[in-house]
Design a protein around this ligand. Structure first.
Ligand SMILES: NC(=O)c1ccc[n+]([C@@H]2O[C@H](COP(=O)([O-])OP(=O)(O)OC[C@H]3O[C@@H](n4cnc5c(N)ncnc54)[C@H](OP(=O)(O)O)[C@@H]3O)[C@@H](O)[C@H]2O)c1
Length: 346
């Protein structure tokens, strides 16, 4: 028996399935409810074949059970509408959507379709522990980050934490992301015949995750996302143009300084073998971020790479990691496992 009870609203979805997988193996959590409006009474294994054998059936989200932690894995807009019900049901709410990631109503007006509960924005904490660990302790409303934003922030954060950049520099980010980002009902663009073989720029400008990156790093980024033929994974390549000279030593100092003690970050920067830079395939199914960099010989450009699993470090894994921090548990509880190798296109 775990010490804490948990529920997953939106349990049939892709990130809901990942939450159920993680919480089912978590030593401190018992999953007592997973909701679905379309599959009520079906077993969780009906939607998630990897979870066959888990003794849990979907129930209606109108009948929320009282739990310690409620994870909401629902589309944008649902949590802000139902936050009162969620908070009545649980002491801690971890939302995987974009509903509570940004700080102000004006940002939601600019990047989304406004916000119905703007007074709660000041209370919510961004879930990425590498960025916001201190504020997560004891938090009761937590917003898990966007996957493309998470990959980008993980890549660039050390350069700001260690003053290699001051925010005035030009930063160009190109993210390649897998089809599971679109969720279980991904639609035409993510259907197999349409997705297969593509390297499709789907958000050349104006991607909503730009708002999160700018909010947390304090920079203007030129941000573009490509849909590629992966199922899992987000790979960010960030071209950074520093104002003055930067050495390899400066970069190692910054990245080691930020990430040496982080349990879920691997520095992969050069070295030998086939996988010399961050690779989404290597972290598929795990809560790890691989981060690496290279210095252009001209000394005028730093290239930063970051690879995550969009549904894990980019969503469900980050959410469970943040809940661990919020509750004062061992941060790695339920998340401390390696990925697979070799593996097919994840
Ligand atoms: N996929 C990713 O890689 C990823 C990464 C980062 C963040 N996110 C965010 O995480 C959230 C979930 O994403 P996903 O990819 O898991 O989506 P998904 O696969 O489409 O799943 C959505 C889930 O929400 C339920 N749902 C839909 N409308 C609802 C409502 N009004 N009330 C209650 N439940 C409702 C659906 O089940 P029923 O219709 O049966 O109730 C389903 O279980 C989204 O906000 C997404 O932006 C996703």
């Amino acid at each position: 028996m775990g010490e804490y009870t948990a529920s997953v609203v939106g349990g049939t979805g892709f990130t809901g399935g990942e939450l159920l997988r993680l919480l089912n193996g978590h030593p401190e959590f018992d999953v007592v409810q997973a909701t679905s409006r379309s599959k009520a009474n079906k077993t969780v294994g009906h939607s998630h074949p990897n979870l066959r054998g888990m003794d849990l059936r979907f129930s209606d989200p109108d009948d929320l059970e009282s739990v310690d932690v409620l994870f909401a894995a629902t589309p944008h807009g649902v949590s802000m509408e139902q936050i009162d019900e969620f908070q009545d049901a649980a002491g801690t709410v971890v939302d995987l959507s974009a509903d509570f990631r940004l700080d102000t109503e004006a940002q939601y007006d600019e990047w989304y379709d406004g916000h119905t509960r703007p007074e709660l924005l000041a209370e919510s904490e961004y879930a990425l522990p590498e960025l916001n660990r201190e504020n997560l302790e004891g938090a009761d409303l937590i917003a898990s980050g966007g996957c493309n934003a998470t990959a980008t922030i993980m890549g660039l954060l050390p350069l700001f934490e260690h003053d290699v950049l001051d925010g005035s520099e030009q930063v160009v980010v190109d993210v390649k992301v897998g089809s599971s980002e679109g969720g279980a009902g991904g639609g035409e663009a993510s259907s197999h015949p349409e997705r297969s073989g593509v390297v499709r720029p789907y958000a050349p400008t104006g991607h909503r995750h730009e708002a999160e990156i700018e909010q947390f790093l304090g920079i203007d980024v030129s941000f573009t996302v490509h849909a590629v033929e992966m199922i899992r994974g987000a790979s960010a390549t960030c071209h950074v143009f520093p104002n003055g000279p930067v050495s390899k030593g400066d970069l190692w100092k910054a990245y080691r300084g930020s990430y040496e003690d982080e349990p879920f970050v691997e520095l992969v920067a050069g070295g030998g073998g086939v996988y010399r830079y961050p690779e989404p395939k290597a972290v598929a199914g795990t809560n790890k971020a691989e981060v690496g960099f290279e210095l252009d010989p001209s000394n005028k450009r730093v290239v930063v790479f970051s690879a995550i699993d969009n549904m894990m470090k980019g969503s469900a894994g980050q959410a469970v990691h943040a809940a661990n921090v919020a509750l004062g548990l061992d941060e790695t509880a339920g998340l401390d496992f390696q990925g697979l190798h070799p593996v097919g296109a994840p």
